[in-house]
Design a binder for this molecule. Structure first.
Ligand code: HC3
Length: 493
């Protein structure tokens, strides 16, 4: 094994058993752009390398005009230097970074495994992008972003079972989708190409390809105004699923497969003790910040769900206020190791005891139990994505202005989830997932209850030290209360 090192930068070439591997296949850990090697101890792109170098000058002082938790990706990295630097440091960038050559064997092996995984994903992606399969599509306004957090599919996404003919743009009519979701497709937010042999479809007994309860609405609605030259219900559902899966993948903060290789990274007894030694308010403030980070990714996910942005702004806010914590808890199951009951938190795996100084053991235990039980369902990343969308787009939320519209988008999410479960031959999961929704509701009610208790004891901490987004989502019970941070997260650029 040869590891070549350069001065100040570690050469991305690792030769493993004569097989060259390049670190550049791993995207920049800061913004997700194409990386150019290890710089200041972290795999980054040239942009973030230069940024970090400039930030080290003593005359530089950055400050964040928001809540110091701006999302940093390729598109947004120049918007907040303070948060970009914070992320650089959090990822381990340092002027005197430990050289790769001095990494432990474990770290080296994990890096090599990461390179290999990325390569496999690239191969997979390349296969998926072949013209004869259904190509991936992405939002038109935002460039495709790759970051360490931006998940690539773990299981290959959809392959079209049909013989594919000429590509047809998906920005055409999708008769059986709700107007909102169809509008998302039509406005090009969900772009791509539909390639399908409709002739085959029309000749095939379509009903046979759907489960009994799904075939009726899709089939009937597809017949009303069904344009036989354009697309089929099956194809549209596949596109809708793929779009939601992509939204999830691009915003899910951590890659599940990456974390699998980090399961050995468990907080030491001393580290746990350090968390336990925090005062109640310190620990609450710390967790509130972590939770706010996670919520920001959920907002980003929501924005990319076809149909969500077609809802009125007040309804988007209402759905996020009532559903973002639920989605965080669903996402938590991805980062949960059921073998030892730990979750990936602050860079390592932590058990319930780490959260002791929050002084709400019953809530933490219930949250961990939930993660455990959701893990037991062994959902695929695609199923987690569709389930998250369903949890978020819920027409039962109080204070919705246009409930019917939300209901229509929700129906599409349901169809998409059913379609996926049918494809996976796991229809029985649907009922189990609906049961989880009830548990989520009660967990969030308990969360709010704990927060009320804490606020009574530490009003100043909540008022002055908690992130504004956290307060808008969880503290302010007035539906007409301030939502400035949420609005700025919701900005569609
Ligand atoms: C532990 C956590 C809930 C789970 C959060 C997860 C693991 C969820 C998946 C994200 O991708 C990453 C992530 C980040 C933060 C994790 C949260 C931090 C604290 C929260 C607990 C349930 C405590 C709730 C904190 C309180 C009471 C201050 O609101």
């Amino acid at each position: 094994r040869v590891i070549a090192l350069h001065q100040g930068m570690i050469c991305p070439s690792i030769l493993l058993a004569g097989k060259p591997k390049t670190i550049e296949v791993i995207p920049c850990k800061i913004c997700g752009d194409k990386s150019s090697g290890v710089h200041y101890g972290v795999i980054t792109c040239e942009g973030c390398k230069g940024f970090f170098r400039r930030s080290q000058s003593s005359s530089v002082q950055y400050s964040c005009s928001r809540q110091s938790n701006c999302l940093i990706d390729r598109a947004s990295r120049n918007r907040c230097q303070s948060c970009r630097l914070k992320k650089c440091v959090a990822q381990g960038m340092s002027r005197d970074a430990v050289k790769f050559g001095r990494m432990s064997k474990r770290q080296r092996d994990s890096l090599i495994a990461e390179v290999e995984r990325h390569r496999q994903q690239q191969r997979l992606q390349a296969n998926q992008d072949e013209p004869q399969s259904l190509p991936a599509f992405r939002t038109s306004k935002e460039p495709r972003v790759h970051s360490p957090h931006l998940i690539q599919p773990l299981v290959p996404t959809y392959s079209c079972p049909l013989d594919l003919e000429r590509p047809i743009r998906s920005t055409e009519v999708h008769p059986y989708l709700s107007l909102e979701t169809a509008a998302a497709f039509q406005q090009g937010e969900v772009r791509g190409f539909l390639s399908v042999s409709l002739l085959v479809y029309l000749l095939l007994p379509v009903c046979l390809s759907f489960p009994a309860d799904l075939s009726f609405p899709v089939f009937v609605l597809s017949l009303i105004g069904f344009d036989s030259r354009k697309s089929t219900p099956d194809t549209i559902l596949k596109e809708l699923c793929a779009s939601i899966v992509r939204s999830h993948r691009e915003t899910s903060q951590y890659r599940v497969d990456e974390l699998q290789t980090l399961r050995w990274k468990i907080f030491s007894r001393e580290e746990v003790h350090a968390y336990q030694s925090k005062t109640v308010d310190e620990m609450w403030q710390h967790c509130a910040m972590r939770l706010t980070d996670a919520v920001q990714y959920v907002v980003e996910f929501a924005k990319r769900i076809p149909g969500f942005r077609q809802l009125g702004q007040n309804d988007q806010i209402c759905l996020l206020k009532s559903g973002s914590m639920e989605v965080v808890l669903v996402r938590m199951s991805r980062l949960f190791n059921p073998e030892n009951g730990t979750v990936f938190f602050d860079g390592k795996f932590a058990g319930t005891e780490l959260f002791k100084s929050l002084a709400c053991g019953d809530f933490i235990a219930a949250v961990f139990d939930f993660a455990h039980s959701l893990c037991a369902l062994r959902l695929t990343e695609q199923q987690v994505a569709l389930f998250s969308a369903l949890v978020l787009i819920n027409a039962d939320r109080p204070c919705l202005e246009d409930r019917d519209r939300v209901l229509r988008v929700r129906k599409d999410m349901e169809l998409a989830l059913r379609h996926l479960l049918h494809r996976d031959n796991q229809e029985s999961l649907l009922h189990k997932l609906y049961q989880k929704v009830t548990v989520l509701r009660s967990l969030c009610a308990l969360h709010i209850e704990k927060l009320r208790w804490f606020r009574q004891l530490y009003p100043f901490t909540v008022h002055s030290l908690f992130p504004a987004l956290y307060k808008e989502l969880f503290v302010c019970e007035n539906p007409l209360g301030p939502v400035g941070s949420l609005l700025s997260c919701l900005k569609y650029y």
